[in-house]
Write a protein that binds this ligand. Structure first.
Ligand SMILES: Cc1cc2nc3c(=O)[nH]c(=O)nc-3n(C[C@H](O)[C@H](O)[C@H](O)COP(=O)(O)OP(=O)(O)OC[C@H]3O[C@@H](n4cnc5c(N)ncnc54)[C@H](O)[C@@H]3O)c2cc1C
Length: 112
């Protein structure tokens, strides 16, 4: 589950039709309650649809940018083992299966 903030994640999604994003938003997930140690409700705010961090399933969200890419752009199961500069702005990336690719644009994002 991922909440998509209006100050960063939603900007990234502007490139996709907003209707696609709205279609995957889970209604009611911005409701908030703060309880005391005895379970008493100290604060409660309903989801009225105006909040700035609607939530969506991560898998549904991933489908939006993936669907916008040409077929076969994303290759799964290829673990990168290294990258090196080739000169002239080009880079080589090597993989555990012994294959390699050269590219002029290399972005590293090995995750959180
Ligand atoms: C529990 C949790 C909850 C979160 N909730 C939210 C939220 O509600 N809202 C929000 O905005 N953010 C949230 N985040 C943060 C968000 O998930 C990350 O900021 C985001 O996923 C980072 O994207 P990324 O592309 O940098 O990394 P990732 O999404 O982690 O992707 C990196 C990818 O690189 C792959 N990889 C790693 N090493 C190699 C290698 N050597 N070769 C090939 N591939 C490799 C990994 O397998 C992975 O698929 C949450 C994070 C966590 C852990």
């Amino acid at each position: 589950m991922l909440d998509i903030h209006d100050y960063n994640g939603q900007h990234a999604l502007q490139a996709a039709p907003m209707a696609q994003f709205r279609a995957i938003v889970l209604d009611g997930r911005q409701a908030m309650s703060v309880l005391g140690q005895d379970g008493s409700v100290l604060f409660e705010k309903a989801d009225d649809g105006t909040g700035g961090r609607p939530e969506a399933q991560r898998a549904d969200l991933r489908q939006i940018p993936l669907a916008a890419l040409p077929h076969d752009t994303v290759r799964r199961g290829r673990n990168a083992t290294g990258a090196r500069l080739l000169g002239g702005g080009r880079h080589e990336v090597t993989f555990t299966d012994g294959s390699s690719v050269t590219t002029r644009v290399l972005i590293g994002a090995d995750g959180t």
